[in-house]
Design a protein around this ligand. Structure first.
Ligand SMILES: [Mn+2]
Length: 280
């Protein structure tokens, strides 16, 4: 199996930091994608956490290119070990094996969803210590290291759609809203390219982020934490979409309506974390 990928990045409007705090990569040849979200709180210490996130993703590409069979855990370990910048960042690295195993590691509140037959099949657990305080990789005391990464393998099939994003997506769009967008744009005669879907999702999340009145996922999470945050969440928004196909394009037709349940091959998430990681 192969995953055809595309991405879109909407940095938060900030004249001093036009690149924002998110970073991502697509290594099409090696079937590996990743996102990182530099923790904005560093700005008050004069540190641009976006630089750390970008360094982490650049290092990831170098690690991917050294490996014959990509191990996302090794990518994260090597990328982290080679960072020099100050700052901290969440990270999620995803690789697809030819056998149809989607293998990923995650630290923090970025994450992925998998859609099958245009329905939401799977959401990765979101790792945060408390509201708006994700696990984060960094070199300073108090930051996490790759040991705290969640590592998960799930089985995927041709036609499945992977949506990988930073919290700028998840805090502004509910899972069922993303599902509606997938249903409306990936079916039958009008199948969007992965980059078009990534762009559409990022646009919708961006519009919501500016809406002062909406009850966004972020508003809901704030309410559950006893805080008040009406409206969307202004943030950098990164979306990477992977459309899974058979290796031979000739026979990559999607078998619609074949019910294939979720198959989790490996999941090292601690039950406690799993419980506290929901809802999105
Ligand atoms: Mn963010």
């Amino acid at each position: 199996m192969r995953m055809i990928c595309g991405s879109y990045y909407w940095p938060k409007e900030d004249k001093l930091k036009p690149e924002g705090d998110d970073a991502h990569f697509i290594c099409a040849q090696e079937q590996t994608i990743g996102v990182a979200d530099g923790v904005g709180g560093w700005a008050k210490h004069g540190v641009d956490a976006g630089q750390y996130a970008r360094e982490l993703m650049c290092n990831s590409i170098m690690s991917v290119q050294k490996q014959t069979i990509v191990d996302p855990r090794r990518v994260l370990n090597e990328a982290y070990a080679d960072t020099k910048c100050e700052g901290s960042s969440t990270a999620c690295i995803v690789t697809l094996r030819e056998t149809g195993v989607l293998h990923f590691v995650n630290v923090g509140d970025s994450g992925l969803m998998v859609f099958r037959n245009y329905k939401l099949l799977y959401m990765s657990p979101r790792e945060q210590r408390s509201f708006n305080c994700p696990y984060q990789l960094g070199n300073s005391r108090g930051s996490d290291n790759p040991h705290s990464a969640t590592e998960i393998e799930i089985g995927v099939f041709p036609g499945d759609i992977v949506v990988l994003g930073t919290d700028g997506l998840w805090d502004n769009m509910y899972p069922n809203e993303i599902e509606q967008v997938v249903l409306g744009n990936m079916r039958e005669s009008r199948v969007m390219k992965p980059q078009e879907l990534a762009c559409l999702l990022a646009d919708l999340a961006w519009l919501r982020s500016l809406d002062k009145d909406s009850f966004s996922p972020y508003s809901r999470a704030a309410q559950e934490a006893g805080k008040n945050h009406p409206g969307g969440k202004k943030d950098d928004i990164t979306v990477v979409v992977g459309h899974i196909m058979l290796t031979s394009p000739v026979s990559s037709c999607v078998e619609d309506f074949v019910e294939r349940p979720l198959e989790i091959i490996w999941d090292n998430t601690k039950p406690m974390e799993r419980a506290s990681s929901t809802p999105w």
